[in-house]
Design a protein around this ligand. Structure first.
Ligand code: HEM
Length: 154
């Protein structure tokens, strides 16, 4: 039975503290580290990231997740209000890019055992990431099915 409510309602079934308290800083460091290790070589979304500032990008994502899950407010202190959708406008993100981001994050989540990350915690993280990723989409899908085929009206 859970009585959690408010911002952390989704976070777990049996802890009163935040996800950050339960998982710790090192968890978020490993999660984001595992994600960025793949981003560097990713053909689709890799080129969007600043080649000379991967470490900075890694910090920014980690600060954001730590803050969202109840840890220190470093993101807001250094970057201001999250406004994530607006911050992603410079990058063309369609369904494919969102799904690639999620694939890389899912692979990074795979590094954790069930002892390190309880299924309920994994679900909470994953739900949030999916929600945000689809919110970042700022480009229409390709709709090959409704494109004129061959381009001739005959
Ligand atoms: C949907 C696919 C996504 C793509 C292609 C994408 C791409 C990018 C790129 C290219 C940057 C700039 C890197 C930098 O210099 O910091 C960035 C920044 C960032 N992204 Fe994403 N992102 C995606 C989804 C997400 C999601 C799901 C989250 C959160 C759960 C997220 C959180 C952030 C944060 C916090 C920053 C740093 C913002 C700042 O401080 O300026 N992104 N993203």
């Amino acid at each position: 039975m859970t009585t959690n409510s408010g911002a952390n309602a989704e976070n777990s079934e049996n802890t009163a503290g935040t996800m950050y308290e339960a998982l710790g800083e090192d968890f978020f460091r490993r999660l984001v580290g595992g994600f960025y290790k793949q981003v560097r070589d990713d053909d689709l979304i890799g080129p969007m990231y600043p080649e000379d500032d991967f470490e900075g990008a890694e910090d920014r994502l980690r600060w954001f997740l730590v803050q969202y899950w109840g840890g220190p407010q470093t993101f807001s202190e250094r970057r201001g209000a999250p406004m994530l959708r607006r911050r992603h406008f410079p990058f063309p993100i369609g369904m494919k890019e969102a799904e690639r981001w999620l694939d890389l994050m899912s692979t990074s989540l795979d590094q954790f055992t069930e002892d390190e990350l309880l299924p309920a915690q994994r679900d909470a993280l994953w739900n949030h990431m999916q929600r945000v990723a689809y919110m970042m989409i700022n480009q229409p899908d390709d709709h090959p099915g409704i494109r004129p085929q061959g381009g001739s009206l005959m």
